[in-house]
Write a protein that binds this ligand. Structure first.
Ligand SMILES: C[S@@+](CC[C@H](N)C(=O)[O-])C[C@H]1O[C@@H](n2cnc3c(N)ncnc32)[C@H](O)[C@@H]1O
Length: 266
């Protein structure tokens, strides 16, 4: 794999509201990663690639109908200018509700790329010919409609950044996160030891690391079974994991001892 000087990943975002991206990415983990040069963020506004007095970026749809469509020329020119701004090869992604639904697996694959060029649409979307000529893939963050691709682009930037080496204080925390192991994360507790009569599980207080590890795995299995049984179908369990899950089911209190399907009423 070719390595590049500087940031581990460069994000270029094409958006009519670049400040939305710059401002939000400036906080927390992403903000620190940008500050430390692990991530580079470059913003491009198609409005800067217009030539008319009104800096027009949208137009009416051919065939009529509601809404406006992002014009080809300013968007295409912004994408091409971004691509040529660096010798790093870029994967060009259009954030779109029609794209493949992103999972942690896609995010892990993106985190190994040197550069992502993220295109955020607005209005009814972008002209189909821009998708045909400029876009490598379309990605969705879920089956619902946002008014623009900026929040989706930010979701990708955030999720990719926290996987990059040196970004999280404790790299292990990303490894145990929900959707990384195929299971949901186990429950977390911090001080105080008791809140409104609810105590931290005793096993976590005893300092027996093997017992804590076993309990956490059992909790991860159990809550995946309760909250996301679909994930368990795609995750083959070892015999030890099956045993831990059976034990979890048996030791649930009466109200939760039924299967998640029954709990759902489905
Ligand atoms: C109002 S939406 C356009 C939706 C489009 N008419 C459709 O039904 O496919 C405007 C922009 O928001 C972004 N967007 C909306 N929902 C999204 C989602 N679920 N995932 C990623 N981007 C989304 C896209 O960039 C899109 O161009």
């Amino acid at each position: 794999m070719r390595t590049f000087e500087g940031a581990a990943v460069r994000f270029d975002v094409i958006s009519l509201f670049p400040d939305m991206i710059g401002d939000a990415a400036g906080y927390g983990v992403t903000g620190a990663a940008i500050e430390r040069g692990i991530v580079e963020l470059v913003l491009w506004n198609p409005r800067d690639f217009t030539e008319d007095k009104h800096r027009t970026v949208d137009d009416r749809p051919y065939g009529g109908g509601p809404g406006m469509v992002m014009k080809v020329a300013p968007l295409r020119d912004a994408i091409r200018a971004a691509r040529q701004d660096s010798n790093r090869p870029a994967r060009t992604i259009y954030l779109s509700p029609q794209g493949k639904r992103l999972t942690q697996k896609h995010i892990q694959a993106f985190s190994a790329l040197p550069r992502l060029l993220l295109v955020a649409g607005r209005y009814e979307g972008i002209d189909e010919r821009v998708i045909e000529t400029e876009i490598d893939e379309e990605c969705s963050i879920g089956d619902y409609i946002l008014s623009g691709g900026e929040i989706a682009a930010l979701a990708v930037i955030d999720a990719v950044t926290r996987l990059l080496p040196g970004v999280l204080g404790d790299a292990e925390s990303a490894l145990q996160d929900s959707h990384t192991t195929g299971l949901l994360d186990y429950p977390h507790y911090t001080r105080p030891e008791e809140v409104d009569g609810r105590r931290v599980p005793a096993v976590l207080m005893r300092g027996n690391h093997r017992a804590i590890e076993r309990w956490r795995l059992q909790q991860a299995l159990g809550r995946t079974w309760l909250k996301r049984p679909d994930m368990l179908k795609a995750h083959p369990l070892s015999s030890e994991q099956r045993r831990l899950l059976e034990e979890f089911k048996e030791t649930r209190d009466g109200s939760l001892a039924h299967s998640p399907d029954e709990a759902d009423g489905t």
